[in-house]
Design a protein around this ligand. Sequence first.
Ligand SMILES: [Zn+2]
Length: 184
Amino acid sequence: MLITFSQVNSAALDVQSDLYKSGFWYEDTRLNQANVFWTAFPFRETVGVFYHDTRWLDDIAGFKQGHIYIPSITLSKLIPPRARISLRDVIRHEYGHAFAHYYPELIVRNKEFTRVFSGHYYADHANKIYDGSCYVSEYAQTCPMEDFAETFMMYTRRHGKPLKNMNVRLEEKWSFVKALEGRV
Ligand SMILES: [Zn+2]
């Protein structure tokens, strides 16, 4: 899969419009600070990345914290659950991380987040509940931050229209994301 600069730009604009329709994007939104960059630099295992912070190797490669990077090419065979997701979904997902980064008081330092997503945003453990019906995707089960980013992706893709047949735990996550609308 090869992704071009203009594909990334047009997908980013579409996603910003989804964010607007979902209530997360307005004139003074802090999400404005996150740029979506296309990069020729190949990533090994991912189709997109948001840097909450960077390490020295990232600095050398020119990556900066607080921004989204979409590589033109991914070297590995994509991990099956994510292989079929669209470029727009990747960007929606990365904006979920950007949201947590720029609104830490609502996500990273929010006890309600820890309860609803079964752990602190930066906890690296897999979520304790393995029932797939509690998640919007298989990848969401990785850890709380990925669970949030996946839920945020689904929410913005649907402009907040609820999924059918959500169980109680998933409904709680959905409501958590919905409640963010009024607080940004
Ligand atoms: Zn992620």
